[in-house]
Design a protein around this ligand. Structure first.
Ligand code: PRF
Length: 376
């Protein structure tokens, strides 16, 4: 992978760059729509490509390992072919999903023993096994196996966990060296900074991760319930330590406001289920605030879903119509809302990039943060 930084904002720490992999260019800052089980929920791949147009989407090792299972993905020739997506994919390692989804997990030095949330079957994820699985899934960017600490987390636990994540990282790297690419394109590996909400642990972890000299670096363990100000304090210190010439990925973040604030602190990549999951519950993100489309107040509002018209659904359908679809529990409601929200998130990061390149990012960001902090 090649990463080029085009511009650094002089008034904040925001950056604009381009990553290039064998599946094409990724312009940063970027938001990666989440496609957990080889599907960005309720969006067809063609709509995703033509109307939302992300350079990269995300898949989950934990889910894909349980279903359709690795042998099927191998037979298909990897996840890109299996799901008909020829642009970039990043897979998360399961270092978060194992803790948040599976029951009865046991974390030991060797790895994590967990119970499938689908059928209760028991599995062991070790750093080595997770690297092998990610080779077979075949994403362009693959993640280290880590432990995402909960919030709040006592200092002793956070410190011990951070050291284990570092030891697991060494095992991931050793094993990757012995495990060739499965397909005819390269994969890039990102290590993950942990350390909960403790500044000194975050510093130590970031220094350790910087020393690995990977092609890109991630920040985990945030957006797990801590106040936003604490998250920003952590990303700020971590970004000041991670190498400047490598992309930085903040995992599982966040609201549109969280994304802009973290771009200002030097983060380049984001993913989150929020635009897709909230869309399915009738929550729409717009440049002027959020809308609960199920609310009765929209019943006879025949204005477009979003006057800005970022995606075709915004101008083609009215709020009253979308509200009706939700009231009638029609699939189409979830589809329209998802296209709208993903379109908005993509617009947001592309605008951020444009303003970084044009030199007025900070003013624009501050204006947007105020504007988006509304319930319409
Ligand atoms: N680790 C991994 N994936 C993640 C996280 C993490 O800490 C988070 C935390 N917000 C989201 N996804 N591997």
């Amino acid at each position: 992978m090649k990463f080029t930084l085009h511009h650094k904002d002089p008034q904040s720490k925001a950056r604009a760059g381009t990553m290039v992999t064998d599946h094409g260019a990724i312009e940063t800052p970027i938001f990666m729509p989440v496609g957990t089980v080889a599907s960005v929920k309720s969006v067809h791949q063609r709509e995703l490509k033509d109307d939302i147009n992300p350079d990269i989407i995300l898949g989950n090792t934990y889910h894909l390992f349980l279903r359709p299972k690795i042998d099927i993905l191998k037979k298909a020739g990897g996840l890109h072919k299996f799901m008909g997506w020829d642009r970039n994919i990043l897979t998360d390692s399961g270092g978060y999903q194992v803790y948040s989804l599976s029951g009865n997990r046991k974390i030991k030095e060797e790895g994590v023993k967990f119970k499938s949330h689908i059928d209760g079957s028991v599995h062991l994820f070790t750093p080595e096994r997770v690297m092998e699985i990610q080779r077979v899934i075949g994403a362009d960017i693959i993640m280290a196996f880590d432990e995402c600490t909960p919030y709040p987390c006592d200092y002793k636990y956070a410190e011990r966990s951070m050291h284990m994540t570092h030891r697991w990282l060494e095992r991931c790297i050793t094993h990757l060296k012995k495990t060739p690419f499965e397909y005819d394109y390269a994969q890039t590996f990102f290590p993950i900074v942990q350390g909960s909400t403790y500044l000194d642990l975050r510093k130590r972890s970031a220094e350790y991760i910087a020393g690995i000299e990977a092609e890109g670096n991630a920040i985990g363990g945030l957006s797990v319930g801590e106040p936003a100000e604490e998250m920003y304090a952590m990303t700020d210190v971590v970004c000041s330590i991670l190498p400047e010439d490598k992309p930085r990925y903040l995992m599982g973040v966040g609201t549109p406001i969280n994304i802009l604030e973290n771009i200002a602190l030097g983060v380049d990549m984001f993913d989150c289920v929020m635009p897709t999951r909230n869309a399915r519950n009738g929550m729409l993100f717009t440049a002027y605030g959020t809308i609960n489309i199920k609310n009765k107040k929209w019943e006879d509002d025949f204005s477009p879903i979003d006057e800005m018209g970022i995606t075709f659904v915004d101008k083609e359908y009215t709020k009253a119509y979308l509200r009706h679809l939700f009231a009638a529990n029609e699939y189409l409601g979830k589809q329209i809302a998802t296209i709208h929200n993903l379109g908005f998130y993509m617009w947001l990061v592309r605008e951020a990039r444009k303003h970084i390149l044009e030199g007025d990012f900070l003013d624009w960001k501050n204006r947007m943060v105020k504007q988006m902090d509304n319930r319409l």
